[in-house]
Write a protein that binds this ligand. Sequence first.
Ligand SMILES: [Zn+2]
Length: 79
Amino acid sequence: VACRKKGDAESFLRVAAAGAGELEFFDRRSSGGRSAYICPDEACIEKAMQKDRLSRALKKPVAEAAKDRLKQELLCRLR
Ligand SMILES: [Zn+2]
């Protein structure tokens, strides 16, 4: 979503739309539905949350609060 880096799909963080304006972190095992990929680094996570990048990628409206929550969750996973 944030940059055009290519790589092993397994190495990206995967995010999906979950109902009205909500987002969820996608576990590697889950599949199906439209999802967005984000590099597992802080700069890319920040970038992905800017503007309507995620909602465009997922083709769903995304609430600001949902982005904040997801950002925290993704940042936690990097540690
Ligand atoms: Zn990136």
